[in-house]
Design a protein around this ligand. Structure first.
Ligand SMILES: Nc1ncnc2c1ncn2[C@@H]1O[C@H](COP(=O)(O)OP(=O)(O)O)[C@@H](O)[C@H]1O
Ligand SMILES: [Mg+2]
Length: 301
């Protein structure tokens, strides 16, 4: 089941298409990374998912319910915890008191305050004023606030933005364990592939408001095309022979560049060339990293 499902979700500002026909599919139990450079349309999308702004096209369903339906929206939002930008905290109140304010608004049970403080590891600092908190602690308190109403879905907009490496580490570990430990599906945005790579099970890559890829990390990895760079005495002959044998080879800087889908292709290509009497004196596998793929997809913006 998809916890979030959008069809053609779009948002236009005057002549500017901020979000363009997004079909999001966020499976239950996933940590879904919504990845894109600044200005890609991530926050606009999240605002539409939360019913904070109206789409100019398409629709969004959470738990199978239409967010645009104002009668259903309260029931939908009760099941969602959200952290969009830095949490608004009362600086003179302690972490526990900040939670208490929201707890009263939500009419949630008192026991939930200790529960969420434990989850985000803020028990020791719970009674200190939040103005003494580090950025990472504030962000963790924001997460605690989002967890107060025992949501089934957490929506987090760039939750590690502005944090130092230690802060990033803590948030990262917290988010990663949400589905298994608490049965919470997580949808989070980021402009950093390195983060998504570590936290997410699924990802959507967005740029200029459009979805460029959606699927598991493994399926993105499977899409990458590797190349073998082969050094032989006569590249012209080698290229001709390899292309005749069903490989895809070109000459590049005096080397032969062969498209490979599997690292094991190196052995096959080597054996084939040697059998033709063309001795291979150099062989390297060039495999793009996910970062390379991300930059390639989003680079022309
Ligand atoms: N209220 C608005 N009016 C006009 N343009 C907007 C508005 N909100 C966002 N945009 C534009 O939409 C694009 C996407 O913005 P945003 O969703 O904030 O991107 P991201 O969160 O991925 O950085 C940006 O180019 C931004 O300038
Ligand atoms: Mg944003």
């Amino acid at each position: 089941m998809n916890i979030i499902h959008t069809v053609g979700l779009s948002r236009r500002y005057k002549n500017f298409q901020a979000v363009d026909k997004l079909n999001l599919e966020v499976p239950s139990g996933s940590v879904y990374g919504f990845l894109g450079p600044n200005g890609a349309g991530k926050t606009t999308t999240i605002r539409m998912l939360l019913g904070l702004i109206q789409p100019t096209g398409g629709n969004a369903h959470l738990f199978g319910l239409d967010v645009a339906d104002s009668r259903q929206r309260p029931a939908i939002l009760k099941r969602v915890g959200a952290l969009v930008e830095m949490p608004a905290l009362y600086p003179h109140l302690s972490g526990r008191e900040n939670l208490e304010v929201t707890r009263l608004l939500l009419n949630a049970d008192k026991q939930h305050i200790d529960r969420v403080l434990k989850i985000v590891n803020l028990m020791d600092a719970a009674d200190k004023p939040t103005k003494t908190y580090s950025l990472g602690m504030k962000q963790r308190l924001g997460l605690a606030l989002a967890l107060l109403n025992q949501p089934e879905l957490l929506i987090l907009d760039e939750p590690t933005n502005g944090l130092d490496p230690a802060g990033i580490h803590e948030i990262r570990d917290l988010i990663r364990m949400m589905p298994q430990e608490y049965g919470i599906t997580v949808f989070l945005s980021s402009h950093l592939l390195s983060e998504i790579e570590i936290m997410a099970t699924h990802l959507g890559i967005v740029n200029g408001g459009r979805m460029l890829f959606q699927g598991t990390l493994a399926s993105l990895q499977a899409q990458r095309e590797s190349h073998l760079l082969v050094g032989v005495r006569s590249p012209v002959d080698a290229v001709r022979y390899l292309n005749q044998s069903g490989w895809s080879a070109v000459q590049q800087n005096g080397h032969v560049k062969v498209t490979a889908h599997d690292p094991a292709d190196a052995a096959l290509i080597n054996a084939a060339l040697v059998k033709q009497g063309m001795h291979v004196h150099h062989l390297t596998l060039e495999q793009p990293t996910l970062e390379d793929m991300f930059l390639q997809m989003t680079g022309n913006n």
